[in-house]
Design a protein around this ligand. Structure first.
Ligand code: GLC
Length: 505
């Protein structure tokens, strides 16, 4: 669960009349962009959304029931047409170019200092600390050569208290767990070791082993970390425990996922995370990185796009529900793309839609529950369960709604509506992530062959997500989409950090 401010905006305070609210959406985000970044917004014409006859909503014998009418409205709001995807791709490519040329744009396009691909022949043992969103891991990675590696690791849940603790408490906790891990594996603590630090937040990186946090996201609010060098904070915490560990690389999880997959498959050019948060990294030619003033050793460098921050209101299909979620979030007006795609938020979007339908009496005879009223109580894992439920009576959906969420009673009609809402929100997320990938592939001009390494709970566990992404890629890229291979790169973020620490040391 995420920490919430006391002054959460009531969900429907601004009214959900679609037309008005969508205009409000654009206004709201325009203010956000112009207000914060003082930039001119590019107006991109957005086509209306033809449903191409693929409607998810059943019309019962030509008579539109109240349910059906609402679902048709929701379908219109959440559907991202092939045409809009194309517009999105074109606009994202423009934004990528701007971010590569200079700082201060929507896409940060952060140079990672990772300039070498693994050969597969690296050997040795390296430690890794991997802070994602909902958990962190301490790993020991053995590089065996010939593209083989082994890993031992311990996983710890990052609770709400830790997400709100001071930076010192957070980093001391890491150091304590690293020491505990070394004791557990019987390591000789007198030997100095290298460590790759996967830190999955936006950092400004002046060197491979240096980086100051630009801002927290994914519900983290630890004080005393923003604008500080996180490598130094970790080194100080390790020192307080007299641990002989040198942090030799600071790595984003997307960069780690990319490099670890490239260790076994050299065709891997992109790494993507679709988990609690979302982001992508890829190999870019140095001459394309206008803002880079450092050396050009290898002709290329991995760029961390931080695509979660993409927020073009004239292109993204932002609904009133997205706006309500954003306003109540710990970081309003930030990470808009991420808030439409990643696991931390998908269930919350569905919760807002359900509350709307309950408030008009269209769902559950107008009766909700305390649990459903509580922010972030409808987890994305519940959506997965509901989307996986193909039983005649939607009995698993019934269990989620009645047993987990405490809705007094649900009809089969209610359950169908909830399932359709999950499908709409889940499909939109998959299609938007596919647009991000299509933009990167287009920017790289790699339409001939490109493996994308993906990791994260949404990609791995959300039903149909990968197939929906593939469908969208086909709509955007036609037959060439066959050249884009989406592959699960499980646990790559930690392994990649260890590899980078080994390759670049
Ligand atoms: C957030 C972070 C980003 C990270 C992503 C996935 O978007 O800003 O750095 O890669 O989550 O964990």
């Amino acid at each position: 669960m995420v920490a919430w401010n006391d002054n959460i905006t009531p969900v429907f305070a601004f009214g959900l009349t679609t037309g008005i609210a969508l205009t409000a959406a654009t206004q709201y985000l325009l203010t956000a962009l112009v207000g914060n970044n003082r930039k001119q917004i590019v107006e991109v014409p957005v086509p209306s959304e033809p449903l191409n006859g693929h409607s998810l909503v059943r019309k019962e014998s030509g008579i539109l029931t109240q349910h059906t009418r609402s679902l048709l409205r929701l379908e219109k709001e959440f559907t991202v047409s092939g045409q809009r995807l194309q517009t999105l791709v074109r606009h994202m490519v423009q934004e990528m170019k701007k971010g590569l040329a200079a700082d201060g744009h929507q896409l940060k396009m952060i140079p990672s200092f990772v300039v070498r691909r693994p050969t597969g022949n690296e050997t040795g043992s390296v430690l890794a600390l991997d802070l994602g969103g909902s958990n962190f891991r301490v790993c020991e990675v053995y590089l065996e050569g010939q593209g083989r590696l082994r890993m031992r690791h311990r996983k710890y849940v990052v609770g709400d208290d830790l997400k709100r603790a001071s930076g010192r408490v957070l980093f001391d906790f890491f150091a304590e767990k690293i020491e505990g891990f070394l004791d557990e594996i019987g390591a000789d603590k007198a030997i100095e070791r290298n460590l790759g630090f996967t830190f999955s937040f936006p950092v400004g990186q002046p060197a491979l082993a240096q980086g100051h946090l630009l801002h927290w996201n994914k519900g983290f609010q630890c004080e005393g970390v923003v604008n500080r060098d996180v490598v130094q904070l970790l080194a100080e915490a390790l020192n307080r425990r007299n641990l002989k560990i040198k942090v030799t690389a600071l790595v984003n999880d997307t960069v780690g996922t990319l490099i670890s997959h490239a260790y076994t498959d050299p065709q891997t050019h992109i790494g993507v995370i679709l988990g609690t948060g979302t982001n992508a990294a890829y190999f870019e030619r140095i001459e394309e990185i206008g803002k880079w003033t450092g050396p050009n050793e290898t002709g290329e460098m991995v760029i961390n796009t931080e695509w979660g921050a993409y927020c073009e209101p004239s292109v993204l299909p932002i609904t009133p529900y997205d706006l309500a979620l954003d306003r109540a979030s710990t970081a309003p007006k930030m990470q808009i793309f991420e808030k439409m795609i990643s696991g931390m938020y998908l269930g919350e979007i569905v919760r807002y839609v359900l509350l709307d339908l309950i408030s008009t009496g269209e769902l559950f005879k107008g009766r909700g529950s305390k649990k459903l009223d509580t922010p972030y109580n409808f987890e994305t894992a519940n959506m997965s369960r509901i989307e996986r439920d193909h039983s005649l009576e939607l009995s698993d959906t019934k269990a989620v709604l009645e047993d987990i969420l405490g809705i007094p009673t649900t009809s089969i009609g209610d359950r169908r509506v909830v399932k359709t809402v999950c499908e709409l929100v889940g499909t939109r997320a998959a299609r938007l992530s596919a647009a991000g990938i299509a933009a990167i592939v287009t920017k790289m001009n790699r339409l001939d062959a490109c493996t994308v390494a993906l990791d994260g709970s949404v990609f791995e566990h959300y039903p149909h997500f990968a197939n929906r992404m593939r469908d969208a890629l086909r709509e955007m890229l036609g037959i060439t989409a066959e050249n884009i291979i989406l592959e699960l790169g499980r646990d790559g973020s930690g392994q990649g950090a260890a590899l980078i620490a080994a390759i670049h040391h």
